[in-house]
Design a protein around this ligand. Sequence first.
Ligand code: ATP
Length: 371
Amino acid sequence: WAPWDDADNKPFVRIEGVTKKFGDFVAVDNITLDIFEREFFSLLGPSGCGKTTLLRMLAGFETPSDGRILLDGEDMSRVPPHKRPVNMMFQSYALFPHMTVEKNIAFGLKQDGISRDEIGERVGRILALVQLGKFAARKPDQLSGGQRQRVALARALVKNPKILLLDEPLGALDKKLREETQFELMNIQEKLGITFIIVTHDQEEAMTVSSRIALMDQGRVVQVATPSEIYEAPNSRKVAEFIGEVNIFECRVDSVEKDCAHLESAQMPCRVRTARSLDARPGDTVWSAIRPEKMVVSLTPPGDLSVNCIAGEVWDIAYLGKLSVFHVKTDSGLMVTVTQTNRLRETERTITWEDRVYITWSANAAVVLRD
Ligand code: ATP
């Protein structure tokens, strides 16, 4: 079920023309964005692009300079943070060092004047959910980084927010634990069925956990899409380059047909055939973007060297176990990256440095970009 594709479905979070200025500096620049109930939504982008500022406006810690934010249909402009149906988990976790895990989690509920019985019941339930039952009596400094992260998560969830905002929630964990915890977060989100909005600068993390991603750059949203859409169909060179690796060739449109287009490039001696038509005219400058794993590197020349093929010399090879990364210097001096899985190749000898190779790709591997 993809609520963002359903025109009748109302957005749960609506960000309408929101701008945030600090003095003359525009940190968030006229962003409009809809997020739906039960989404695991990521704000992704390089450092300083305005992700945290946008999240803080959702929480109510910052006020928009312009525009408005609606949560569940209600304008939040005048609603203070503690009255919003949201809770925020900070990267620093902000746990109380002198309190036990149980007391840390119960703290917010106690302040809200909830009865002891109910607090006990809710804290017990959430401790079980994050698998910390055994650690209830420990203090934060007696826990591992991953366990502390789960206490912070439990503390944010115990207040039953409709939306949980997470600012780099896994930033303090090492790579392996981070990957494990991504799946735990996804599980918990699915079990509770609440909306998660996460800030991250790690594109792999965003790809793993998200229903959709908003890619931000210099205060603006440059593309909103599902992980596979943003990878397979980026809408600009900037997006293609931020999400994963890509080879980009500047091209000139030669001809556009109903279901394909032909491009020429000064950087390649061949013509590029695409599997889709283009909204472009002959003579226009476009860029063709091809992911390294969608290219094939071979010692044997293909039947037709004039279409979707570049010849070159192997510059270096990185062996990464399940795959190898080839850097090939083409005859026109361009460096092209190709990744290939290391299956047993019995028909061909292994490619080594300085070999003359042919890089080929199918017509549907190239995404044509206008900017
Ligand atoms: P990071 O991943 O490094 O946290 P980010 O994308 O979350 O980056 P923000 O923290 O939202 O970026 O900051 C966006 C820009 O706004 C930055 O250039 C930052 O210096 C600036 N900024 C943020 N808060 C303030 C503030 N209170 N006063 C002035 N400038 C600020």
